[in-house]
Write a protein that binds this ligand. Structure first.
Ligand SMILES: [Ca+2]
Length: 253
């Protein structure tokens, strides 16, 4: 296969269409049943483990459950990237940006940021229950030439910023908690709104309509319009960011 001819956005869409969340529950070592335990297939095994008291449900709390999904999706993407000749990828830090950094000749060279976002469907089924956070607005995003802690390089050094958005229905009675998971892939600016995603944190929010998220219909016509709006936004510069800035500026003199 010739290198440099893959479009990362298209590649991710194709791969993500084949993703299945197959984490059924949390395994507990202790159970009550006779040994050996013999199962003909994974369904029978799951049933026997459940009947034998080996399974605990996944967490209900949205952030905890989102983290389980995120880790599983990042693992899946990294595994598939590993099979692409001429592609490199690495996993970001828990609280940093991005979740995955992709590079190499397979995708035309340069560095690409891929971030995973998880949202629960609202009861209506038409919107996300809360607004997805696209970026933290007062640090690496606002100062795109500086390399902040928790990042691999300055924001502007990425050729593209892509988001994998996972939307699921919360199933309180299922040990897996997650049903009807849908994965969408878009450049982050395409699903951006003009609203913050938190009243207390310095976060930029996405649009909440699931139709608009699917179609990549955010509130900006161009990336320039998006970056101008959110870089001009009067976010608070927290003490932590102030200290990071002081250090970064001092090291560049
Ligand atoms: Ca993430």
């Amino acid at each position: 296969m010739a290198t440099g001819n893959l479009n990362l956005l298209e590649w991710l869409r194709e791969r993500c269409a084949a993703y299945r969340f197959d984490v059924a529950a949390v395994f507990r070592r202790t159970g009550q049943h006779p040994w050996p335990l013999v199962a003909a297939d994974e369904h029978e095994l799951a049933q026997q483990l459940a009947d034998g008291g080996h399974l605990l449900p996944l967490p209900k709390e949205p952030a905890a459950l989102a983290n389980v999904l995120e880790v599983s999706i990042v693992d899946f993407v990294l595994q598939h990237l590993d099979e692409v000749p001429g592609a490199q990828a690495r996993r970001g830090t828990e609280r940093g940006y991005p979740d995955i950094e992709v590079s190499g000749s397979a995708f035309g060279g340069g560095y690409h940021a891929v971030d995973v976002k998880i949202a629960r469907r609202a009861a209506s089924g038409r919107a996300t229950q809360s607004r997805i956070t696209l970026y933290t607005g007062n640090s690496y995003f606002r100062y795109p030439k500086l390399r902040f802690p928790g990042t691999f390089r300055p924001f502007q050094d990425y050729a593209s910023h892509l988001d994998i958005v996972g939307i699921y229905t919360f199933a309180p009675d299922s040990p897996a908690r997650v049903e009807e998971l849908e994965l969408l892939v878009h450049p982050a600016w395409r699903i951006a709104s003009r609203q913050r995603s938190s009243t207390t944190r310095e976060y930029l929010g996405a649009v909440t309509s699931i139709e608009d998220l699917r179609g990549g219909r955010g509130e900006f016509q161009t990336p320039e319009e998006f970056y101008k709006f959110w870089r001009d936004y009067p976010f608070r510069i927290t003490t932590q960011v102030q200290q990071q800035l002081d250090r970064l500026l001092a090291s560049q003199q």
